[in-house]
Design a protein around this ligand. Structure first.
Ligand code: CA
Length: 227
């Protein structure tokens, strides 16, 4: 999943951005200063940076120049309305795109996807998993089977997504509980079996006649395209 660094000193805007981006399926980190952003960009693998131009420690152009010194990560600068003039200099300093505040989550998502597509695309490509007639959009948290949309609960979607990203592999119940429920002690085999059976019903199949979701007795589950 794409890893996004949010650089924004306003805590309210920062929290809203983190929330929106997390909802979109990104792994999000947030910092409030340019110095912290530079430290982060120098040490971790990032897919995208959203950089507020009005930071307390460095002006946007300087921040961007320094960022470019340590990383080629795609950057979207966020600027206040009326400050569009400064955008040109940040684009010259190496920003890939800009967005004017206030912006909606949908608008930001569209910009991000377009940018990730332009700048390599691996992050975007991996957001959609296709297996036979099953299509799972990890960013939108939507799944379709053939032409019909699947109406899945959060857990059902997480379970399906985890299996679909490891097609044909038998995944143990323990691994699934850890990945989907996030705690090895919270669920038992029954929890996962119940969710698997709900998911299976929504896929229009039965345990006796599986097409996609296979139970591997005594071990766990695997998801595979029908033969
Ligand atoms: Ca600011």
């Amino acid at each position: 999943m794409p890893k996004v660094l949010v650089v924004e000193d306003d805590p309210v805007v920062q929290a809203a951005l983190v929330h929106a981006l997390t909802d979109l399926g990104h792994v999000v980190q947030a910092v409030g200063t340019a110095v912290a952003a530079l430290r982060e960009a120098g040490t971790s693998e990032l897919d995208l940076v959203i950089l507020d131009l009005g930071l307390p420690d460095l002006d946007g152009v300087a921040a961007l120049r320094m960022l470019r010194g340590v990383s080629n990560v795609p950057v979207i600068v966020a600027t206040a309305r009326g400050a569009e003039a400064s955008v040109v200099s940040t684009l010259n300093a190496g920003a890939d795109d800009y967005i004017v505040k206030p912006f909606s989550a949908e608008h930001l998502a569209a910009r991000i996807n377009a940018l990730l597509r332009r700048t390599g695309g691996s992050a975007v490509a991996s957001e959609v998993v296709e297996l036979g007639g099953l299509r799972i959009d990890l960013a939108q948290r939507a799944a379709t089977l053939g032409d019909s949309a699947l109406v899945l609960s959060r857990r059902e979607f997480d379970l399906l997504a985890y299996l679909a990203q490891r097609p044909g592999r038998v995944i143990s119940r323990r691994e699934l509980i850890q990945a989907v429920w996030g705690n090895p002690y919270v669920g038992d085999d029954k929890t996962i079996d119940v969710h698997a059976s709900w998911l299976r019903r929504k896929l229009g199949e039965t345990a006796a006649h599986p097409r996609y979701l296979h139970t591997v007795r005594g071990v766990g589950f695997k998801l595979a395209a029908p033969e």
